[in-house]
Design a protein around this ligand. Structure first.
Ligand SMILES: C[S@@+](CC[C@H](N)C(=O)[O-])C[C@H]1O[C@@H](n2cnc3c(N)ncnc32)[C@H](O)[C@@H]1O
Length: 284
């Protein structure tokens, strides 16, 4: 651990808070995490990762990255807790409802759906978005097509995937769900949680997948990858977009987060649908 500084650096700036963890220590820690656990956060945006590492250091009562590295050595399960801390899993059902409306309208023009829709929710957090896609499909296509459809839903965090499989959510997560939809697709469970109906759950297949290292799902008609790219640096955005492009069929729909962009090299093949929605149709 000799490469790490002995103490985390204090912020010096007035307007912009300086990193509590210096870049050199952060890089060494991320290298260690990669070497020991395989999780690769080296090309994530540094400022947000540094804030989260600093928070984890505080939770573990470590005064320096070197101290924290010793905790990792002593307790390898800490790698999982750190990975969970480094990924932000905020989500909700029908987040930005206008995006789902645009997707529903555009879906009618996607070629080759008669044998079922293959959708992929990449970076699905605890499942809210994946089940929203499944509800959308159940409502937008015929019963026969819906019956042959599948929503693959993947995330780097296995704990989030476990929660997604439970399919139980608090009222707040359903703020954008109309009462009609709620009554059709959810069941109140133990007076606290809304559980997604079996019919909708049967459309979704969850799995752990690190999109930075892993292989993409293939031949999908509809691909949601929202609020994942915001954490990647530009180089990593290009690498991962290559995988999304491989996954999506010609004429398929890509949905990105509102603060995200199709990297410049691909923009000519992805045509925006509506204004400021970040829903794109790939060239047929
Ligand atoms: C802010 S959430 C977005 C959830 C959902 N897509 C939405 O927009 O509501 C970002 C998700 O991306 C996941 N993520 C981050 N890095 C990832 C990676 N390399 N591979 C797969 N998922 C990743 C995180 O675990 C987290 O669940």
């Amino acid at each position: 651990m000799s490469g790490f500084s002995r103490t985390a650096r204090k912020g010096r700036g007035v307007k912009r808070p300086a990193l509590a963890v210096c870049v050199e220590d952060l890089n060494m820690l991320l290298e260690k995490v990669y070497m020991e656990s395989g999780a690769d956060f080296r090309s994530y945006k540094k400022a947000s990762i540094a804030r989260r590492v600093a928070k984890r250091l505080a939770m573990c009562r470590c005064a320096s990255v070197a101290e924290y590295a010793a905790v990792l050595d002593k307790d390898p399960a800490e790698y999982d807790r750190l990975r969970s801390m480094l990924t932000i899993k905020v989500s909700e059902f029908f987040r930005e409802p206008e995006v789902f409306e645009a997707v529903r309208d555009a879906l009618a023009y996607v070629p080759g759906l008669s044998n079922g829709v293959r959708a992929w929710c990449c970076g699905c957090a605890s499942g809210e978005e994946a089940y929203s896609i499944a509800i959308l499909l159940a409502e937008a296509v015929s019963g026969e097509v819906a019956g042959n459809s599948v929503v693959f839903a993947t995330d780097i965090d296995p704990e989030a995937i476990d929660r997604a499989r439970m399919a139980e959510y608090r009222e707040e997560s359903l703020a954008n769900v109309t009462s009609e939809r709620r009554d059709r697709h959810f069941i109140m469970s133990s007076n606290v949680f809304w559980k997604v109906s079996q019919a909708i759950r049967s459309l979704v297949r969850f799995g752990t997948l690190d999109i930075v290292k892993g292989h993409p799902i293939s031949k999908v008609h509809l691909l949601f990858c929202r609020n994942v790219f915001i954490y990647f640096n530009q180089e990593l955005q290009k690498e991962v977009f290559n995988k999304l492009d491989y996954a999506l069929r010609p004429g398929g729909l890509l949905v990105m987060g509102k603060a995200e962009q199709v990297p410049p090299g691909w923009a000519h093949r992805y045509h925006p649908i509506g204004r400021d929605l970040n829903v794109f149709r790939k060239n047929a």
